[in-house]
Design a protein around this ligand. Structure first.
Ligand SMILES: Nc1c(NC[C@H](O)[C@H](O)[C@H](O)CO)[nH]c(=O)[nH]c1=O
Ligand SMILES: CC(=O)[C@@H](O)COP(=O)(O)O
Length: 158
């Protein structure tokens, strides 16, 4: 018997990509945006097919993503932001609602929503994950979006 495997590729993706970006902690978030755009472009996505939409912070990203998904114009949404723990429980509320809300949008609309939101304990951790020693979460999120667009196209093909 032959094993059948279905998985996404990164070859010449079709469709438009929306980057939904929280402005809070922009000193690291802008590196995530750069990483995500660079990844999309290097995989053949034209800049004409990339839209960057900015919101105040991570808490607002689910609503913005929902509005984007409603338009049915984008093959994938890439959420980018940075939630950095402070001295109060605020971190848990912001990061929790952001994560939950983005997952809901993905399931409700059947559209890939890549999670490129840093949820970290310190500024150092944020810097390390936005293009220095621990990679770039924007790059990872864009790669995941590309793969998911391809995978869903295969699963939805008749
Ligand atoms: N502390 C962080 C926030 N806080 C702001 C919220 O996201 C929101 O904009 C505000 O509560 C108004 O509704 N946002 C981040 O993205 N990162 C943080 O570390
Ligand atoms: C993640 C946050 O909301 C955080 O920046 C808030 O800091 P604090 O808990 O010190 O008010």
């Amino acid at each position: 018997m032959t094993l059948k495997t279905i998985e996404g590729t990164f070859i010449a993706p079709q469709g438009k990509f929306a980057l939904v970006v929280g402005r809070f902690n922009s000193f690291v978030v802008e590196s995530l945006v750069e990483g995500a755009i660079d990844t999309l472009v290097r995989h053949g996505v034209s800049k004409d097919n990339i839209t960057v939409i900015r919101a105040p912070g991570a808490f607002e990203l689910p609503l913005v993503a929902q509005k984007v998904a409603e338009r049915k114009e984008y093959a994938a949404i890439i959420a980018l932001g940075a939630v950095i723990r402070g001295g109060t429980p605020h971190f848990e509320y912001v990061s929790g609602e952001c994560t939950k809300g983005l997952a809901q949008v993905s399931m409700q609309f059947g559209v890939p929503v890549a999670f490129g939101v840093l949820t970290v304990d310190s500024i150092e951790q944020a810097i390390e994950r936005s293009g220095t020693k621990a990679g770039n979460k924007g790059v990872e999120a864009a790669s995941s979006a590309l793969e998911m667009v391809s995978l869903l196209a295969q699963l939805e093909a008749k």
